[in-house]
Write a protein that binds this ligand. Structure first.
Ligand SMILES: Cc1cc2nc3c(=O)[nH]c(=O)nc-3n(C[C@H](O)[C@H](O)[C@H](O)COP(=O)(O)OP(=O)(O)OC[C@H]3O[C@@H](n4cnc5c(N)ncnc54)[C@H](O)[C@@H]3O)c2cc1C
Length: 434
């Protein structure tokens, strides 16, 4: 008997979501995938990235256990995901805690982003990754019942399904929802990653924990990473609508002035000054965000989005890496559910069913994340516009009353998928049609 063609998936973007989805599709005998990446090579750019228990558990489900290795994943000695400190006194003001039972290997971990990307890449044959392929368009062809995908170099490929995992400035999203470009939130992060040896002699509570110091007008995050590295993330906030807002035109991952950064923190506690002064450089990352999309399924029910492309919430709450991994898992699990090995045929309605199941699993959760992020950004801008100075008591109260992000970092994607499958079953039961 002639073999039916495999279901083909084109993944746009070899970032965290795209590579995690690829890892999850490995092993499905009836599905084949290819990744199309705009970059000319997958080089080591970027700074640090955090994964919460959700992302780490999901990586394990996807078979990417190597990413959990202590050599690249740094976990706080204390077990607290984050420690909050006062900018001037260095005293601990508050901590984040895990709310559910978390295995030590799933405790919040911080990575040098390039290490996480390498760990994911180890699960994807290089022959499946096509570099210098910037997405241009995707058109459904009814005669062949598949998609023709075009790239900026003029080449085309066909596929049954397209997953747009091309990051916060997603060309796939822009193609289907032209007015969805993320906007600058007014926050610029100054990030650097350097050898922890540059901080020799600094207290253990700083070297072996992830600390977030809050001051009246800015914060500083610092943490050890895997591979003997350390990161600091400073920041500058301004009203994004102010015509004279500094950094209004800054570009993402561009050179920053480390002396300006040192100046921002010159009155802060000596521990902070030591870290900022040790940083050999800094790079600027203007933070952008966009409202939630109305839907995630396009192109005759054959195209969907994942990661920052699906929910441009910016770098807030250090949630982006884990959200991208959970998206990838839900996308892959929906395909495995609708097309279990040996199914053979793959009709348009089944493809649509799988993509809607994925959307139903993820979108309610990521919509809530986005609205939380926008609320937080609005509050910051309102404070900036009031220009009122905060008392010490007010600052401490603000640290303590911050929103607790545990529901993001401990979200259970498997439970959401199970619920979405049950909802689908209920809607399709004969009783629901009476
Ligand atoms: C090089 C790089 C460095 C980063 N550094 C940090 C960091 O230091 N800290 C942090 O918190 N977050 C960083 N991020 C963002 C972080 O990876 C994501 O927020 C998060 O992990 C979600 O992953 P994602 O897969 O949705 O997007 P990303 O990880 O951003 O991946 C998107 C991928 O799509 C590719 N792409 C973009 N446009 C196209 C196109 N038109 N056609 C084909 N491919 C395209 C990109 O080159 C990239 O490889 C970085 C992203 C990149 C790409």
């Amino acid at each position: 008997m002639a073999q039916l063609p495999k279901l083909s998936v084109a993944i746009i973007g070899a970032g965290v979501a795209g590579l995690a989805a690829a890892a999850g599709l490995n092993g499905h005998p009836d599905i084949e995938y290819q990744i199309y990446e705009r970059a000319t090579r997958l080089e080591e750019i970027g700074a640090s990235i955090a994964l919460g228990p959700n992302g780490l558990r999901t990586l394990e489900r996807l078979g990417v256990d190597n990413a959990l290795d202590d050599s690249i994943a740094f976990r706080n000695k204390s077990g607290f995901p984050m420690i909050y400190r006062h900018w001037k006194t260095n005293e601990i003001t508050s901590v984040d805690s895990h709310h559910c039972d978390v295995e030590p290997r799933h405790s919040t971990a911080r990575f040098y982003r390039a290490d996480l990307q390498k760990a994911l890449l180890a699960h994807v044959p290089s022959s499946r990754i096509h570099l210098k392929k910037a997405f241009a368009s995707a058109v459904y062809n009814s005669a062949t019942d598949n998609l023709t995908i075009s790239f900026e170099d003029g080449s085309t490929v066909t596929a049954d399904i397209l997953l747009g995992a091309d990051g916060i400035r997603s060309a796939v999203r822009r193609y289907f929802v032209p007015h969805s470009e993320p906007k600058w939130t007014g926050w610029v992060a100054f990030r650097s990653v350097f050898d922890v040896k540059l901080l020799e002699g600094l207290e253990d509570a700083v070297l072996n924990e992830a600390n977030h110091w809050w001051g009246p007008d800015r914060t500083l995050f610092a943490s050890r990473l895997g591979n003997g590295l350390f990161t600091i993330v400073g920041g500058h906030y301004s009203d994004p609508d102010a015509p004279d807002a500094p950094y209004k035109d800054a570009t993402w991952n561009s050179d920053g002035d480390v002396n300006v950064l040192r100046d921002y923190y010159k009155d802060w506690h000596p521990v902070i000054r030591r870290m900022v002064n040790a940083s050999p450089y800094t790079r600027q990352y203007p933070n952008t965000a966009a409202p939630a999309l109305d839907r995630w399924t396009y192109g005759h029910g054959r195209i969907t989005l994942a990661g920052d492309a699906a929910h441009a919430h910016g770098g807030a709450l250090a949630a982006g890496g884990s959200l991208a991994i959970d998206d990838a898992y839900a996308f892959v699990a929906a395909l495995w559910h609708v097309f279990p090995p040996g199914t053979g045929s793959h009709s348009s309605s089944d493809v649509l069913r799988a993509l809607l199941l994925y959307e139903r699993t993820r979108k309610p959760h990521t919509d809530r994340v986005i609205s939380t992020v926008h609320e937080g950004n609005k509050a910051i801008i309102a404070r900036l516009r009031q220009k009122s100075t905060e008392t010490e008591d007010q600052l401490r109260a603000r640290i303590k009353s911050r929103s607790d992000p545990y529901w993001i970092h401990e979200h259970d994607v498997v439970a959401s998928l199970t619920k979405a499958i049950a909802q689908e079953l209920k809607e399709n039961s004969p009783a629901s049609k009476i």
